[in-house]
Design a protein around this ligand. Structure first.
Ligand code: LCS
Length: 393
């Protein structure tokens, strides 16, 4: 790796700094669980942290390390910890930063399991949580208690595409001594770098835009400081939520085209959002690139582009949603997001079905809400497909 700090698009390709004797163009897959030591002394040095040798893949592996280095650089962080899934990243962070008697404030409309695991599982261990509409900063201030330790933000949020002010959250977090954790999955580091706005930790489901090809599940935690990295890494290692080397190889491959994939997907998304906004079957459209988005100006300030995720409400509610889902032919009726293929889903009955009805309504997840993850197909084909399926309603 040269000393020169590479720009974003070059970091996507060369950011791992990996080089071996054979000068292989790609980071090899070190498909091994364990690494032999040259001698007892070498082994001792590895365990004492006095050498950068590898011990055991759950603790570290060169393929995984290459991915961690690249994503840490893309997020302007000190270091990164790769995990088996986005949820492994979320739970590792919860475990590292919260304990019995501690309280967390989170964005009301987050990815369903990030909230339900807190309310159903972590609660059993004495961790309290309050979920508020974080687009209104006053709601966060009101929810702070003496035992609040973490402010957990998802922006744009899944599935409402609501945008929360990162700078304002970081100010509150520092005033009240809270850790600010941001799930940056919907943007990827190409569109938003929460650590630059004062966040302490960034989480990614790399299953989505970072990998981008709907062929693996993976997660990443990026920390701003070395101290935070040292707090989180052992939790991942001991919890056992590590990534697999083959998974890391695939993400490294997908990551290389992150910028060109998102450029194309968000160009498509803008046209689709404009089309949907004019369609008489549609009540409203939420897309940060539309002036009608409630946080349009804020999104322009903290995001480098509006992204590829759109949500919209059908006038005909649940029934209309079902008709739409059953008639689309190009977009896949599927959960997940951020891949090269367009996906359409119905949060109320799919991703957020485990969230209580009251919590769903409070968070704006209505029965007629549709979430669209824009792919990189020809936009005319996507719009024609939506047109023919919306006409069936
Ligand atoms: N954070 C966000 C914002 C997500 O959208 C997801 C998954 C996760 C974390 C968890 O990541 P995973 O463990 O799946 O890698 N979101 C999904 C969704 O909207 N549909 O299916 C999965």
């Amino acid at each position: 790796m040269s000393e020169k700090k590479l720009r974003f698009n070059s970091t996507l390709i060369h950011g791992s700094g990996y080089k071996d004797k054979l000068l292989s163009a790609n980071v090899p897959i070190y498909q091994t669980s364990t690494f032999a030591f040259g001698s007892a002394e070498d082994g001792e040095k590895c365990f004492l942290g006095e050498s950068d040798g590898y011990i055991y893949t759950r603790l570290g592996n060169p393929t995984i390390k290459a991915l961690e280095t690249t994503v840490a650089r893309l997020e302007n962080g000190f270091g990164a910890v790769a995990t088996a899934s986005g949820m492994a990243a979320v739970n590792t962070v919860y475990m590292a930063l919260l304990e019995k008697g501690a309280h967390m404030i989170g964005t009301q409309a987050v990815y369903g399991p990030s909230r339900s695991v807190m309310e159903e599982q972590w609660k059993r261990f004495g961790v309290e949580s309050t979920w508020v509409d974080t687009t209104e900063i006053e709601n966060i201030k009101k929810a702070i208690k003496p035992n609040t330790k973490v402010l957990y933000i998802e922006t744009p949020a899944n599935p409402t595409i609501a945008v929360t002010d990162l700078r304002a959250c970081s100010e509150i977090a520092s005033q009240h001594n809270l850790y600010l954790v941001v799930d940056n999955t919907f943007c990827s580091p190409y569109l938003q770098n929460p650590l630059d706005f004062g966040a302490d930790v960034v989480i990614h489901s790399m299953t989505k835009f970072i990998n981008g090809h709907a062929d693996i599940v993976a997660g990443m935690i990026v920390t701003k400081t070395e101290e935070m990295y040292r707090k989180i890494r052992p939790v991942m290692v001991n919890l056992g939520g590590n990534m697999d080397p083959h998974q890391a190889y695939l993400v490294l491959r997908g990551l290389k085209t992150l910028a060109i994939r998102i450029d194309k997907a968000q160009e498509n998304a803008m046209k689709i959002a404009e089309y949907l906004e004019k369609n008489p079957k549609v009540q409203w459209v939420k897309y940060p690139g539309l002036k009608s988005h409630p946080q349009y100006e804020l999104a322009k300030k903290q995001m480098r582009g509006p992204g590829a995720m759109i949500s919209f409400e059908l006038k005909g509610g649940f029934e209309a949603g079902k008709i739409l889902m059953n008639n689309v032919k190009l977009a896949l009726l599927a959960v997940s997001l951020g891949g090269v293929e367009s996906l359409i889903e119905h949060p109320a009955s799919m991703t957020h079905s485990k969230v209580s009805k009251e919590a769903k309504l409070e968070a704006g997840i209505t029965d007629g809400l549709v979430r669209f993850s824009t792919g990189i197909e020809d936009v005319n084909d996507i719009i024609e497909d939506l047109e023919q399926s919306l006409s069936k309603i």
